[in-house]
Design a protein around this ligand. Structure first.
Ligand code: PZK
Length: 281
């Protein structure tokens, strides 16, 4: 087996049979840093959640999962995948305004070429979910939003239309299911790739808090930044005086107190349990 790539919080391996292993670690990022503290079981929880979603979405879009042995040291935190020719576009759907979508809206009144009504605020629900593609940024940089027309130029009009259709369907299904459990899926990013027969398949992880913005519905209040379902305790502690950390300085964030680690682990467990309706064991 060889290691082929390190992401911020995940690792990618290739087995001798050409199967890819996506390994979710317990690393956590905040404010663009990978923290030195880990969240116990985070990788296993997100892997289980992603697998559950692949099942829920199987009638909408084929996926990259294959049935292959997973080495014991990655048990529970890896998915075995077929190698795909990945589409060079990050496929994002947004049902609410936040992050780079909000920034673009404030500057132009549009997001990725979608004209939006005036007067929307941080966290506002959009009239309809929109497809907001982005180009993959080099390591350490942020993805760059592009218009739907630019995506069509890059990928070809037919492929881009498929990306948009699949991304919006995944978002709608995900948002609808999560809403029944009191969770808002503000947006989600999916990755798609072509298999050796030319079929587009859903890859990577899907509808996890690392690839989506999950907000507790009972705390949703447009007009301010929404608390994240998963790492709000981490962010709040890091920007609190107790951490002693200056977000605008050049120092990396300090290690998290045990209580913050434990509460954050609880938020991942809660997210898993409320979305899937299954107990985390
Ligand atoms: C692939 N990534 C992102 C994921 C990392 C990085 N089925 C596939 N075929 C080919 N390539 C990929 C996939 C998938 N999924 C995914 N980069 C390439 C990534 C996990 C860990 F370090």
């Amino acid at each position: 087996m060889r290691h082929i790539y390190s992401g911020k919080v995940r690792e990618l391996y290739e087995t001798d049979d050409g199967v890819l292993l996506l390994v979710a670690t317990d690393r956590i990022s905040a404010f663009d840093y990978v923290l030195e503290s880990e969240i116990p079981d985070k990788g296993k929880i997100l892997t289980a959640l992603s697998l559950w979603w692949f099942g829920q979405l199987a009638d909408l879009v084929p996926n990259h999962l294959v049935d292959a042995a997973i080495p014991a040291r990655f048990a529970g935190r890896a998915t075995a995948c077929r190698p795909l020719a990945m589409v060079g576009i990050e496929c994002v759907a947004r049902g609410y305004l936040a992050g780079s979508g909000l920034a673009e809206y404030r500057e132009t009144g549009e997001v990725c070429g979608h004209a939006l009504p005036a007067g929307l605020a941080d966290g506002s629900r959009l009239p309809d979910p929109i497809f907001t593609p982005a180009t993959k940024a080099p390591r350490g940089e942020h993805d760059q939003n592009i218009t739907v027309a630019e995506a069509a130029e890059l990928a070809g009009a037919d492929v881009a239309a498929e990306l948009e259709r699949i991304t919006l369907e995944v978002y709608r299904r995900g948002a609808e299911l999560a809403a029944r459990r009191g969770i808002i899926v503000a947006d989600t990013k999916i990755e798609l790739g072509f298999d050796d027969r030319g079929t587009l398949r859903l890859a990577d992880e899907v509808l996890t808090p690392d690839s989506s913005r999950f907000w507790p519905a009972d705390q949703w209040q447009p007009g301010r930044a929404q608390p994240a379902l998963d790492k709000q305790y981490v962010r709040d502690w890091l920007i609190s005086p107790e951490s002693g950390w200056d977000r605008r300085g050049s120092e990396p964030p300090p290690p998290l107190p045990q209580a913050v680690i434990e509460r954050t682990r609880d938020t991942y467990v809660r997210a898993y349990e409320s979305i899937t309706g299954q107990r985390w064991v």
